[in-house]
Design a protein around this ligand. Sequence first.
Ligand SMILES: Cc1cc2nc3c(=O)[nH]c(=O)nc-3n(C[C@H](O)[C@H](O)[C@H](O)COP(=O)(O)O)c2cc1C
Ligand SMILES: [Mn+2]
Length: 475
Amino acid sequence: MLPNAPYADLREFIARVETLGALRRVKGADPHLELGAITEVAAGRADCPALLFEDLKGAPKGYRVLTNTTTTPQRAALALGLDPALSPLDALKAWKARRGTLKLEEPRTVKEAMWLENSARGADVDLGRFPAPHWHKGDGGPFIGSGSLVVMRDPDTGWVNASIYRMQVHGKDRITIQFDHQGRHGALIARKWWERGKPCPVAVVNGPDPSLFIAGFEYLPEGASEYSFAGAIKGEPIDVMPGPLTGLPVPARAEIILEGHMHPNETLPEGPFGEFTGYYASEKRPSPAMRVEAIHWRNDPILLGSPPMKPPRFHFGLPFRAASMWSQLENDGVTDVVGAWQHVAQLMTVIAIKQRYAGHAKRAGLIAAAQSYMARVIVTVDDDVDPSNLSDVMWAITTRAEPSEQVDIVRGAWSSALDPRIAPEARAKGQTSHSKMIIDACIPFGMLDSYPKTSAISLDEAKAIEAKWGRVLDK
Ligand SMILES: Cc1cc2nc3c(=O)[nH]c(=O)nc-3n(C[C@H](O)[C@H](O)[C@H](O)COP(=O)(O)O)c2cc1C
Ligand SMILES: [Mn+2]
């Protein structure tokens, strides 16, 4: 199903990005603020390249940081094993189709790991040798984990969870791990160890390959392993080797591995850290601390950095959660959904449908609104509008949606403590819901036949013209 053989690791992925001409090597940047600022400026460009930072100020020679890894539709498609030449909406559609039939691939245990090239234990552990960037000015410190996986094992069932939680560095052998809420699988598992009065073994995977990075973001049910999902993305199992200290399975070709324990009631003041909304969400707060007892790393290791940034910048150039929503709409019986997208880093959802009956668009809009985490704006558009193109969506809103008739507001809906607009009093009481505006930017169903005809060529016609003439238009 993959057009190419899957990439073996982050390094092979970087080589493929370079082949597409989408990699820039940046030499001499300072991990303190400069690296983060360059990443943010680049991510604000329409066709942002991936950045490989080399010769970092203050870091050992050869150590590198990669950012903006999967931030364009093209590189997100490449990470999924899809054709990077697909249009953004076609790539998401292809992913939605494949996601529905993914075959989970259990990880395969191997006896060798690249990260055993270098190891430090006990008193030799020093996180200071790794270039953990201080990403945004107001951050509480450097974060080694912004695109790293945290691996833990359920003491009851043996289930291995491996997802992304941010990690701040606090001195040579301490980091904190931040759970957004207590339902995070890592938080659930840690609690189980602590209730037994035992420290929770942890392995941290820095520099995972993009399939692991994507799997770490995916909402998987309790008991499911992100490793198996990553294997499904690649169409072959992830090779893992047990960490020498914890025995936790660790991808054998990952870059920098931390092993250690989180002890009951051990916390450190964590954050703040710039969030994906483009704001800070809280002051410094206590977070579980991990005692780092061993570090293993490949020669010339690469840290995968994915700091949250002001929207529209986002970790992934394809809105994966819009793909799940699209499937969900279909499963709920909403027919003729022709597209789904999220803009403003998930804070706006757009659903495109071919209207078949009165109320069809509202039905889709209401379901999408219910499923849109933190999104204040939900828009439905007709099938001649490309939901992935924000200008197209705004054209539909401004020419088809009469505000007095086609806007609804749903109150008390799903948001989070990260939402900057939740009033402080409400937040203090744990009231983190907000309202959502559903804009029906479809031509009213009863006016479909009589509506002024558009002068624009259709999306299909435009695609055909691109295929035939696009090269002439390229610079
Ligand atoms: C780059 C990135 C950083 C993230 N940082 C955090 C974080 O610091 N804390 C958190 O709870 N979730 C964070 N998330 C979201 C979780 O990784 C995501 O919701 C995941 O599905 C949770 O996995 P779990 O269900 O196994 O707990 C982050 C996601 C990404 C892509
Ligand atoms: Mn999980």
